[in-house]
Design a protein around this ligand. Structure first.
Ligand code: G3P
Length: 213
């Protein structure tokens, strides 16, 4: 399972892409709103830091507006993937953009039924929101497992991007449940790096090396 970074912070994108572990970036209107500057300029700068797909979301709620914004975003950089919310208008926008060669990520997906619709519309990716399902007392990882099962017949190339990831455990469980990608906030990537036994082991190696005669 590949790891994307779920942020629009250029500082964090530079920091974690430098480690060589980040294969793409996802943004959403909330994340873009936290940053200063023009939306398209931010996307262009992100593209200059990562080699992978850069997800940028439309703001229109009608399919024609989504298609217009989607084409504008796709023109910003060839690696842009257009995020489109899972609504009837969104499905129409995805099925209009797909044959025009625009890659799409159907976002705000919370069920296998929604994922099936997105795949049939021609979405390149579907983004189930694990944490937000957990937030209302259901099992977000079970939604990933269901989506992986219903898309496993090989009819579609739609990839599952586990989103709304809140912990290292979510990342591991999403991989086990069949996600192709997890998009992970910088804070959670940072939590994935250390382990007390790594730290203790390193300290012992260094202490022993200093005792060498
Ligand atoms: O990619 C969508 C994700 O950013 C939402 O995360 O934590 O706001 O539910 P969260």
């Amino acid at each position: 399972m590949k790891l994307f970074l779920d942020t629009a912070s250029l500082e964090d994108i530079r920091k974690y892409c430098a480690l060589g572990v980040i294969k793409g970036v996802t943004t959403n209107p909330t994340l873009i709103a936290r940053e200063n500057g023009d939306f398209h300029a931010i996307i262009r700068e992100i593209a200059s830091v990562t080699d992978g797909p850069i997800n940028a979301e439309v703001l229109a709620e009608d399919w024609e507006g989504m298609v217009r914004e989607g084409e504008e975003l796709a023109a910003v950089h060839p690696r842009v993937v257009v995020k489109i919310p899972m609504t009837a208008e969104g499905l129409r926008a995805v099925s209009t953009l797909a044959p025009r060669g625009v890659k799409t990520n159907m976002t705000l997906v919370f069920s296998a039924a929604q994922a099936l619709l997105a795949a049939n519309a021609g979405a390149s990716y579907v983004a189930p929101f694990v944490g937000r399902v957990d937030d209302i007392g259901y099992d977000g990882i079970a939604v990933i497992r269901d989506i992986a099962a219903v898309l496993s017949d090989g009819d579609f190339e739609t990839q599952i991007v586990a989103a709304s990831v809140r912990s290292p455990l979510h990342v591991v469980e999403a991989a086990k449940a069949g996600a192709h990608i997890a998009t992970v906030p910088p804070k959670v990537i940072a939590q994935m790096i250390p382990h007390p036994l790594t730290e203790a082991g390193l300290k012992r190696f260094m202490d022993d090396w200093k005792k060498r005669v």
